[in-house]
Design a protein around this ligand. Structure first.
Ligand SMILES: Nc1ncnc2c1ncn2[C@@H]1O[C@H](COP(=O)(O)OP(=O)(O)OP(=O)(O)O)[C@@H](O)[C@H]1O
Ligand SMILES: O=C(O)c1ccc[n+]([C@@H]2O[C@H](COP(=O)([O-])O)[C@@H](O)[C@H]2O)c1
Length: 229
């Protein structure tokens, strides 16, 4: 189990009995505009989607009173070109299967259908155009948040959505000098699951039951994904 250090600072926030120390004062919950829908956006390569993604989205939805969380599978994840990534259609369908039973969850094809490398500034601009009546909350794990300054047009991201960084076992959740007020850091139930580990398990013939939803286990099997990798 990795450490889950929080940035220390003068003020703190108490979440489910765990003291969380924030860098910039008490927890900032992002925009609160009466009459506007609160839309969570969970971007990911989802190769495959696993219970760590689903628990993070569910917990953020509850803590931030979101009306909906849209899962957005990447088209071409340009920072993962050093590895083999499953076809976008397979990643999309696994995401649909995994989220189908939750009425608060939906899946968007925008990053897949746009084509080319996936940049979150494009994702958020497109989602804003499609949902002009909504405030957007972009959900990222500790690892992704730590790398956010390497994303294209990173300085623009925080004008497009409020960012929520969630704890992830094995990673330290820090705010790497992001604009004050643009990010919230929260604790979510710790699930030490990664897509990398799921792929490796399938390749070795080990089970992924209970790491990913049952329908995703069956889809991986049916499509013979990750075998022999
Ligand atoms: N177990 C987890 N707990 C919390 N957040 C997670 C967890 N797994 C992934 N995330 C977050 O979900 C988002 C999408 O992750 P992604 O699809 O890249 O999965 P991954 O498990 O990190 O994949 P890979 O191992 O292939 O890099 C990222 O913001 C990531 O930080
Ligand atoms: O905008 C970018 O340049 C950028 C670079 C890397 C990752 N992202 C986004 O971060 C989310 C998680 O990505 P990944 O690669 O960890 O699955 C997903 O929505 C990606 O589109 C975005």
């Amino acid at each position: 189990m990795g450490e889950q250090d929080m940035p220390t600072g003068p003020a703190n926030d108490t979440t489910r009995g765990t003291e969380i120390r924030m860098a910039n004062g008490p927890r900032n919950n992002g925009p609160s505009n009466p009459g506007k829908r609160r839309l969570g956006v969970m971007g990911g390569t989802f190769d495959p989607i696993h219970h760590g993604h689903l628990v993070a989205a569910s917990e953020v939805a509850a803590q931030f009173h979101l009306d909906e969380v849209i899962f957005v599978p990447t088209g071409q994840p340009w920072q993962k070109t050093d590895r083999k990534v499953a076809l976008a259609e397979d990643r999309y369908l696994m995401t649909v299967i995994a989220t189908a039973e939750n009425p608060q969850f939906s899946v968007s094809r925008i990053d897949i259908d746009r084509g080319g490398p996936t940049y979150t500034t494009d994702t958020l601009r497109d989602l804003r155009a499609l949902n002009p009546d909504a405030d957007l909350f972009f959900i990222t794990g500790a690892d992704a948040l730590g790398a956010i300054l390497t994303w294209r047009d990173a300085e623009e991201l925080f004008s497009l959505a409020h960012f929520i960084g969630v704890t992830r076992p094995g990673h330290t959740l820090t705010d790497p000098g992001l604009p004050e007020g643009g990010v919230s850091l929260i604790e979510v139930p710790a699930l030490a699951i990664s897509s990398t580990d799921c792929r490796a398990r399938v390749a070795k013939g080990d089970p992924v039951w209970y790491l990913v939803p049952d329908g995703v286990v069956r889809y991986i099997d049916k499509r013979e994904l990750y075998r022999g990798e």
